[in-house]
Each structure stands twice: as C-alpha cells, then as structure tokens.
Design a protein around this ligand. Structure first.
Ligand code: TXA
Ligand code: MG
Length: 339
C-alpha cells in the first residue's frame, strides 16, 4: 500500500501527540518523535531499549531550520550547502536556549542534525513543522532496518505507525561528522566518503589526536549483532556456515546471499543489512553455526564506500558482552562534554 497525503497528515498528528512514527530515509528507517518534547524522546529511548548516554539525530527540513538549533562554522556551512538534503549528519554546538529537548543530546552541549533527502521524510517534516528526532528504528545493538517489515520485526507495537516507503536505497546509516570545531572529523563512516568530503573542504579531514578517544557515544564496538557469530575476510567457507558473498561466491555454504555479484559497493551497501538479517533468520534453522563474510575492498578512493561497509561488518563480528554491548570508556564521553 503506497503512502498517501492522508497517511502523512496522520503521522504528523501522531508526532504532535508525542507518539512515535517510523519513516523511511534514504539511509535506513528512523524511529521518529517530536524533538521538542522530553516525553517523546523518553519514549524513543524506551522503545529502542537504548542506553540514555547515546544521543539522537535531529531531522529537519532545511539548513535554515538547522541553523535555529545549532551553530555552523564556515566548514560546516560549506558541507551542509553541498550535501543537504542527503546522508550526512553534522554534530554541531547547540545554540543556547534552543528549544530542542535536552534529553536527545544526552547531556552533551552538541547536537547531531541532518536534512534527509527521502521524499517521505521531507513530506513528514513539512507536514509536522517540527524537528523530528530519529535514531534507526531497531532495538539497540541490532541491525538497522532498511524495509518497513524490518521495523515491524524490531519494534512491533512499540511504534504507533510505520510509513512504508519500500527499501532504503543507500542502506547504511548517514556519515556522522564532528563539526563542533574548525577541524572536521568522521565519527561514523557512511556513503559520504572521506575523499568526497576532502574534495569539498579542499583539505584533509582531522584525525583524532594521540591518546584521545574520538567519540560518538553510539559507536560501541559490538553493534548490529546478529544471533549467529560472524567471521570476516573468509577465503573459504565451511559446510556449517552461511555465506555473505561479494563477487563470485565461495562454494559449499549452507545458505548464500550475495552483496553484489558485480562487486559494486553501492549495491553491496544497499543489500548489507537486509542480507545479514535474512541469513541470521534463516540459516540457524538449517543448522548453521556462523556467518562467513567474503572480503570487501576499502583501499583507494574508488573503494571508499568499503570503509563504511567494513565498519558495520566489524561491529557485527565484534565480541559481545552479556548485554550485547561493549561500552565505551566513560572518560571518552566526559572528554566530549568539555570540548
Ligand atoms: O542515517 C541515519 O543517520 C539514521 C537515519 C534514521 O537518519 N539515523 C541513525 O541514528 O543512524 P542513530 O541514533 O542510530 O545513530 C546516531 C549516531 C550515534 O552513533 C550517536 O552516538 C551519534 O550519532 N550522535 C548523536 N548525537 C551526537 C553528539 N551530540 N555527539 C556525538 N555523536 C552523536
Ligand atoms: Mg542505530
């Protein structure tokens, strides 16, 4: 069923009543709530079972709207003008007395903000006329949803409404940049790659200083954790393993999904979360003991998107603690608070 303007009006009115609405963006589905309301933000954290030290992204219609809540440096402005609407999130200093819920920044004096390009996300923002806080619409620590059905699987009745826009075409979450100072650095790699950013800025991105933990509180080592263990850089596959292939698939797996037969990284990114989800759901029943993943290239400018794909795969493969999360050291958050 396609989304009509009636659905959009309905979704906007849910948001005004502090209820949660999941909606598609070009990257992944977001779990949206009114960014001006502490009640709605608390509901997002509860629905996701997300640790409250991990701040949310605010989605707005335009750069003008973003400018009401955050302070842009020259570089931040240049990137926003070039890349918004699009899959880029800027972490910026929060304007004093800005009306955004304090809960969504998780106590930081910065705010993560983006202008999504997806027509349904834009339609919802225009109809609701409020900023929408939206993390990915999955339970904390799990794979991000790239289809409406995944949102239902993840959140069920915890969300009042899901706008179905079909599959998300980028497939991995937005690139997150620390743009709180003049030195821009990547907090989370995405489809806006370092060479693209460096070309626009006319200089290299900053790397973290010696001994400093570059931190986005959400960048936990273990994330996107499927139930089955994940083995990376597989050159062979065992008969009790499922295979996530790239290029010509290895032979002998229990069940195979191919990210891209033609080794196209864009296609691989768009398929990544759906295929991991599919293998995880279906391979256990066949007796699989793990998921083997073939190497994904990430060297050189032409393969820069491979960095974002491999970042997600590393997190899917990381050892897990009891809760499924390995927590960052608390000082990294304190550091961020002071800067
Ligand atoms: O593509 C996306 O960005 C999706 C769609 C729905 O827009 N959203 C998304 O949100 O991935 P979420 O909440 O799953 O990831 C937000 C990331 C987290 O790693 C979080 O820690 C980081 O952004 N973040 C948010 N606010 C921050 C801040 N003030 N300082 C540093 N990192 C921040
Ligand atoms: Mg997420």
């Amino acid at each position: 069923m396609s989304v009509t303007s009636k659905h959009i009006r309905n979704a906007a009115s849910h948001l005004h009543q502090e209820q949660l609405v999941a909606f598609p963006t070009e990257t992944v589905y977001g779990l949206g709530g009114n960014a001006l309301s502490d009640t709605a933000i608390a509901a997002i954290y509860a629905a996701k079972e997300r640790p409250s030290f991990n701040p949310l992204i605010v989605h707005v219609r335009s750069l003008e709207d973003a400018n009401r809540y955050a302070i842009f440096s020259e570089s931040a402005l240049l990137l926003a003008r070039a890349l918004w609407p699009g899959p880029l999130t800027l972490v910026l200093p929060r304007r004093e007395h800005c009306k955004l819920s304090l809960l969504l920044s998780a106590g930081l004096d910065s705010v993560a903000i983006r202008v999504p390009a997806h027509p349904l996300a834009q339609a919802l923002l225009h109809e609701a006329k409020i900023p929408i806080a939206a993390p990915s619409a999955n339970r904390s620590g799990r794979i991000s949803p790239t289809e409406a059905a995944h949102v239902h699987e993840e959140l069920g009745a915890r969300v009042s409404m899901v706008l179905d826009g079909g599959p998300c075409h980028v497939g991995i979450e937005s690139t997150v940049l620390d743009a709180t100072g003049e030195h821009i650095r990547i907090l989370r790699p995405g489809s806006i790659t370092p060479p693209m950013l460096e070309k626009l800025l006319g200089r290299k991105l900053a790397t973290s200083a010696e001994g400093e933990t570059p931190i986005s509180p959400g960048m936990l080592a273990s994330h996107y954790a499927p139930t089955l263990p994940v083995r990376l850089q597989a050159k062979t596959v065992n008969s009790n393993e499922a295979l996530l292939a790239f290029g010509a698939p290895l032979k002998g797996s229990l069940l195979t999904q191919n990210l891209s037969a033609t080794e196209n990284l864009q296609e691989a990114a768009a398929n990544l979360f759906r295929m991991i989800r599919y293998l995880d759901t279906n391979a256990s029943a066949l007796g699989a003991r793990g998921i083997a993943v073939m190497p994904i290239p990430d060297q050189g400018d032409a393969n820069a998107l491979g960095l974002a794909i491999n970042d997600r795969l590393k997190r899917a493969a990381a050892p897990r603690t009891e809760s499924g999360l390995s927590l960052p050291h608390p000082t990294s958050i304190l550091h961020k608070n002071k800067s």
